[in-house]
Every structure is written in C-alpha cells, then in structure tokens.
Design a protein around this ligand. Structure first.
Ligand SMILES: C[S@@+](CC[C@H](N)C(=O)[O-])C[C@H]1O[C@@H](n2cnc3c(N)ncnc32)[C@H](O)[C@@H]1O
Length: 215
C-alpha cells in the first residue's frame, strides 16, 4: 500500500541518530531510499554511482570484500543481485541506528557470506588482521567524508589489508577545492604499486577513485 501511495507522493519516516542526525527513510515512486538532511545515503543516486564504479572492477577474482560504510546496504544489494557476487562480504558502520535500519527496513541480515560489524572504521582498520580483494570506502557524515579518511595513516591500513590482486573503490565526493587531497591519496597509492583512475561527476555529482594493485 505504502509502495503504491508513494507513486502519488513521497512518504517519509524520520529516525534520530547520534552520528548521522535525522535519518529519513523515504518511499518515492515505489522505491525505498535512506537519506540524511542533505545527502542520499543508500539506494537512489548513491547506489547508481557505486554500481558505475563496481562495473569497472573485475569481481571474478574477488573472494572477500570489505565495505566501509554500510548505510542501508545498497552496494551489497548491487554486488549480490546485479553483479552476481557470491563470495564473502564484511560490512561495517559506526552507527548502530543505521545498522538497525538496514536490517529492519531494507531486509539486510547476516549470513554465512555477510558479516556486519558496528565499529569506527579507523578503530577497525587499526586492529584488522584480515585480507580483502576489494575494499569499498564509502564513509560519509551527511555530505562530508570525515577528515581522518583523507589521512595517509588510514590509507596505509587500507593498503596493508588489500591482497596482492586487490582493488579499492573510494567514493571521494570531493569538491574541486579539495582536489589536492585526492591527488595526495592517488600518488600515495601509485607509490604502493596501484594503477589509479579518477572519475569526476559520476552520475552528475560524485568523484570516484579506483585503484588496482599491479605487480
Ligand atoms: C553514504 S553511507 C554508506 C552507504 C552504503 N555504502 C550503501 O551502499 O548503501 C555512509 C556511511 O558511513 C558511515 N560512517 C561515517 N563515519 C564512519 C566511521 N568513522 N566509521 C564507520 N562508518 C562511518 C555512516 O554512518 C553512513 O552509514
């Protein structure tokens, strides 16, 4: 019923979160999205942007994917249902309210191939011992990527946890005024033997950085 009504007008439920402010679960034109005050977090445009990035990565050699920034899990939906990925995913979010929404509103649940962790990505990467074939970095608070995720120490940890055949997909979403920061991350990755490619204004808005390890 809600789905049908949403073709006539959007229907929104609001939930408060300590980390992300007011979260909005909105039905619009038969589809459910997760938004913050100023940003689309899951499904909708964000899902299209990450899918464009994922289509540039060879998933055939991926056995283990790390998703930093679970949101409502739209990138997991893309991996499994659109790109037919069948192996393991570890997904992490700092916000327990977001994880609850992903499970209760977007039918995401842990299973033998999906592990969901509630933790700060910095703390998780500092303590992580696992290796991943693809790391998706999609960490935002509203429209901003928190500044620690532009630091070299964070990228050192990402590289350390990436297998020798591994790739990285970074939803950088930078304003052009921050181009210098992204080029620093790009040259850091190039020095660590990654081929990097930057895509600007993906789906009209976001900047994506894709890095692939080469030997
Ligand atoms: C755009 S959403 C992720 C969307 C998700 N990748 C998807 O495909 O639906 C960004 C997420 O980053 C999370 N986040 C922000 N800072 C974080 C941190 N320090 N550690 C872990 N998660 C964080 C937010 O709680 C939010 O859920």
């Amino acid at each position: 019923m809600i789905r049908l009504l949403s073709y006539i007008y959007p229907i929104t439920k609001k939930v408060e979160s300590k980390y992300n402010g007011t979260l909005e679960i909105t039905w619009h034109n038969g589809k459910k999205h997760l938004n913050t005050k100023n940003a689309n977090y899951s499904y909708g445009s964000l899902q299209k942007i990450l899918k464009i990035g994922l289509q540039k990565i060879d998933l055939k050699n991926c056995d283990n994917i790390l998703v930093l920034g679970l949101g409502a899990g739209s990138v997991i939906d893309t991996l499994i249902n659109d790109l037919n990925y069948k192996n393991h995913i570890t997904a992490l979010d700092i916000d327990p309210v977001i994880i609850e929404i992903a499970e209760a509103e977007f039918n995401l649940c842990e299973n033998k191939n999906l592990k969901i962790i509630c933790d700060d990505a910095i703390h998780f990467m500092d303590n992580n011992k696992d290796m991943f074939d693809l790391t998706i970095v999609d960490l935002f608070i509203d429209t901003e990527v928190p500044s620690p995720f532009y630091n070299a120490t964070f990228w050192e940890q990402i590289v350390k946890a990436n297998s020798s055949k591994g790739s990285i997909l970074f939803n950088a979403s930078l304003q052009s005024s921050n181009d210098k920061t992204l080029s620093e991350i790009t040259s850091f990755l190039s020095n660590k033997k990654y081929n990097t490619e930057q895509f600007n204004k993906v789906n009209g808005t976001n900047t994506l950085l894709i890095a692939k390890a080469h030997n």
